[in-house]
Design a protein around this ligand. Structure first.
Ligand code: N01
Length: 533
């Protein structure tokens, strides 16, 4: 009889993998082996070390909730922590729970193969080893496979080339240099506002202007930070009961149902609070184009007030998509950066990037000489990192075949035909529309409950039935198109930012409480929709 090396293999040592190891190893008493491609823990916060990187959900909320001790012992220094503080937090959690000993670092998983007779996964890694595990918990991340833009000549550039998504750990000195930033999503905007007044010259290559709105970050006094940590139940409230996993005030009804001066008051108040408060203003923001347009126009007016040159202001003003249908970035003096003498904006929609040369970038007919190029061109979101691992399930079917027309799974976590494999913050869930650490905790807990059910029944496998999976895919494909997220033409929400990627529904915009109730009903109904054998 074949033996199995581990109960669980965990892929990734970010928020997902760290909690998963703790849950399975320390709470369920399972044997666990973790693999992490980076040299340390941290996931997203290990890789994305670019200048200005920080979270855009308040740190007191963008953190684990599963442990009273961890909540109380860690004190955040800023309302929205910088990358280095977030990384220190995850390193501290890893040490506090002694998680590192369960991981092997700088080891990348190269394939996953289901072995039916043994009812286990065979996991191959790039050090040439293989191991087997009853379960695989994939915490590879939704925003971890960079998009590689097809600019000809990138390899010929003789200056310094950086990706925001894999920024070097050592200091990068941009002082006085001529720098190009390509991309004005959340990452590009964070870089631009951070470096604009430090570099010699900055050229921003923008294709689509974004609805960036104030973050309103500030430092948190030690006493206040301590209070927030010790009173975390009060500070965080029942975040799981909120649609977005944040204890924000209830939304106003449709903007159409409130008089104009009241709308303005609601938007002003949210603007002043900063960050996601603005998205959370009106209940039908992402469903009703008229409500959305009220907010979009409010933001456009604010942009016009902040940018001195009217032509530059026009270029920075989004008009081709509804507000928040591309994930809205948050900023601190971003628009003011374009009032600086040393900052230029290049509109690559009218003058596309034709080539990278040894000395710079050619956009349209103009060549821009630069010393440094920073690519902030985004990710192959939701499915890219999972599909990068050749994965073979039951009957020799590969994940790459199964998802060739778009992702399929049940409840957003388990893929029919790929038993005992759980995909954390994968597609067809409330991912990207919900506070990520809390979604991770709930999905890892769901996977743990599934494993316990298998054990209690004396079974070996759990696998979504094809029928349940089809109903789930139909549900997501029914709901998503009636939301405004489906209307953005080049958004990663629809897969449209990646050439040849299937376009369609990748997320289920139903909010946390309804999604959790589906987990609960599944369990209460004897794991309906799953075959446990
Ligand atoms: O990536 P993006 P990102 N030529 O895809 C442009 C999270 N995040 O890394 O819009 C020219 O949003 C592209 O242009 P267009 C957050 O969820 C969180 O910035 O496709 N330009 C766009 O401007 C976020 O949404 C934090 O027309 C090209 C940019 O590159 C997600 O990560 C911080 C191009 C890509 O923007 C991704 O953000 C940062 C081309 N060929 C990120 N190809 C927090 O604060 C692409 N672009 C937690």
């Amino acid at each position: 009889m074949q033996t199995t090396d581990h109960d669980v293999v965990v892929i990734g040592a970010g928020f997902s993998g760290l909690y998963a190891v703790h849950k399975f190893r320390d709470q369920l008493g399972m044997t666990v082996a973790g693999f992490e491609a980076a040299e340390g823990v941290g996931g997203t916060w290990w890789w994305n070390r670019y200048p200005g990187a920080r979270c855009d959900i308040e740190s007191v909320h963008y953190s684990y909730s599963f442990s009273d001790d961890i909540q109380r012992e860690w004190h955040w220094s800023e309302r929205y922590a910088r990358q280095d503080e977030l990384l220190r937090y995850l390193e501290w959690v890893a040490d506090r729970l002694d998680l590192r000993r369960s991981f092997r670092f700088a080891v990348r998983v190269t394939s996953l193969q289901w072995e039916e007779d043994a009812a286990h996964w065979r996991i191959s890694t790039d050090d040439g080893a293989t191991t087997t595990a009853r379960y695989v918990l994939s915490g590879v991340g939704g925003l971890s496979k960079p998009k590689v833009p097809d600019f000809p000549g990138v390899d010929t550039f003789e200056g310094e080339l950086y990706w925001t998504s894999s920024w070097p750990a050592e200091d990068v000195d941009l002082t006085g240099k001529r720098v190009a930033v390509v991309g004005t999503g959340a990452s590009g905007i964070q870089v631009i506002q951070e470096i604009a007044d430090k570099v010699g010259h900055l050229t921003v290559f923008q294709r689509t202007p974004n609805y960036a709105t104030p973050l309103k970050n500030h430092s948190v006094a030690p006493e206040r930070s301590k209070w927030l940590a010790h009173n975390w139940h009060e500070a965080r409230g029942n975040s799981f009961a909120s649609p977005i996993g944040l204890p924000y005030p209830p939304q106003a009804p449709s903007a159409a149902a409130v008089p104009a001066d009241e709308r303005r008051r609601i938007l002003d108040e949210a603007w002043d609070k900063g960050g996601l408060y603005l998205v959370n203003t009106f209940g039908d923001m992402m469903w009703n184009p008229e409500t959305n347009e009220v907010t979009a126009q409010y933001i456009r007016d604010r942009i016009a007030e902040r940018v001195d040159d009217p032509a530059t202001a026009r270029l920075l003003t989004p008009t081709d998509h509804h507000y928040a249908t591309k994930r809205p970035p948050f900023e601190t003096n971003y628009y003011e950066a374009f009032n600086l003498d040393q900052v230029d904006l290049v509109d690559v929609r009218s003058a596309p990037i034709r080539a990278v040369t040894p000395t710079g970038i050619t956009a349209g007919d103009v060549h821009h000489d630069v010393d440094v190029i920073i690519l902030a061109t985004g990710f192959d979101v939701f499915t890219g990192a999972s599909l990068a691992i050749p994965t073979t399930g039951r009957g020799g079917v590969t994940l790459q075949q199964k998802w060739s027309g778009g992702p399929r799974n049940y409840l957003g976590v388990q893929i029919s035909g790929f038993p005992n494999l759980f995909n954390i913050i994968g597609p067809l869930s409330i991912v990207a529309l919900y506070n990520t650490p809390l979604l991770i905790e709930a999905q890892v807990d769901f996977a743990a409950d599934a494993m316990l059910e298998v054990r209690d029944r004396g079974a070996r496998t759990i696998d979504a039935t094809p029928q349940a999976e089809q109903r789930w895919v139909d549900l997501v494909n029914g709901v998503f198109p009636i939301s405004l997220w489906s209307t953005a033409t080049n958004s990663w929400f629809t897969g449209a930012n990646i050439a040849d990627k299937p376009q369609g529904a990748y997320v289920l915009p139903i909010g946390g409480p309804l999604y959790w109730s589906m987990y609960e009903q599944t369990k209460a109904n004897g794991w309906a929709g799953f075959a446990i054998d």
